[in-house]
Ligand binder design. Structure first.
Ligand code: APR
Length: 247
């Protein structure tokens, strides 16, 4: 990772201080032990077809299989801890460089790291809700129920419950409109750990005059970015903190 690139990113953040927002993807959480989706070899979608197992259709048509894979794939995420990349973004927010984090991740690690303004555009793993009466429960309770029954049901009305994550085929949540408004108020988007291949979240990388990307692999937005760094998120963002005397 060239120091000049880190310095360029630090200068870009300083020049857009207070008018920048981060946009993160699964790549910022791989250093917390959570596999991403599209990394060659290790990405989740190399071994599971998301449409087959983690879509709205799968939830309704094959609920037992849906919940089996959901628990297997996302259950361990509940115990994950934030890494240097998450902590660096929290520090950049606290120091006023970024106004918050738009995240495609459902792992809640930005909040655990201390980020205050987090737009979870693909939902989160914290709760499930009953599709009949709307009552919400902690995800841990639903996963515990799976030890006794193939599909978790609402203890209040007996209806089926579903995770509060955005599944393939779901409408986007209110957090997405809030994220769009946050980008409209910004002059810089800092992308960290996303392939920028899933819409509409990826469109947020194409709306501001300035763009910076920290990602191991090339992305479709590299051509319009002021700065592209291909190093690891944790190391790169920690180096940016040092450059800004925030370490
Ligand atoms: N540092 C920097 N980049 C990394 C790191 C790391 N430590 N680890 C992985 N990456 C990069 C990969 O090279 C990849 O390009 O992060 C990117 C992650 O891309 P995806 O796996 O496609 O994840 P994401 O962009 O978040 O996917 C968007 O797709 O399946 C849906 O809902 C799911 O929110 C997800 C959405």
């Amino acid at each position: 990772m060239a120091d000049t690139d880190v310095r360029s990113l630090a200068e870009l953040l300083a020049a857009n201080k207070g008018h920048a927002v981060a946009l993160t993807g699964a790549g910022i959480s791989t250093e917390s032990g959570i596999p991403d989706f599209r990394s060659p070899g290790t990405g989740l979608w190399n071994r599971i077809d998301p449409m087959e197992y983690l879509s709205v259709d799968a939830l309704y048509a094959r609920p037992e299989t849906f919940w089996k894979y959901f628990a297997e794939v996302f259950g361990p995420t509940l115990a994950a801890q934030p890494n240097a990349g998450h902590l660096a973004l929290a520090k950049l927010e606290a120091a006023g460089f970024i106004t918050g984090v738009i995240t495609q991740n459902i792992d809640g690690l930005h909040q655990k790291a201390g980020s205050c303004t987090v737009y979870e555009v693909h939902g989160h793993l914290r709760t499930v809700h009953c599709q009949s009466c709307g009552r919400t429960y902690p995800m841990r309770e639903a996963l515990a129920l799976l030890k006794k029954e193939p599909i978790p049901h609402c203890s209040e009305c007996g209806g089926r419950v579903r995770p509060d994550v955005v599944l393939f085929g779901d409408m986007m949540p209110a957090a997405f409109s809030q994220a769009v408004a946050a980008v409209e108020r910004s002059s810089l988007v800092l992308v960290v750990g996303s392939s920028l291949t899933v819409s509409p979240a990826n469109s947020l990388a194409f709306q501001t005059p300035h763009l910076a990307i920290v990602n191991r692999e090339p992305t479709p937005a590299d051509g319009r970015a002021d700065v592209v760094l291909s190093g690891g998120a944790g190391d790169t963002l920690s180096a940016v903190l040092r450059e800004l005397n925030l370490a």
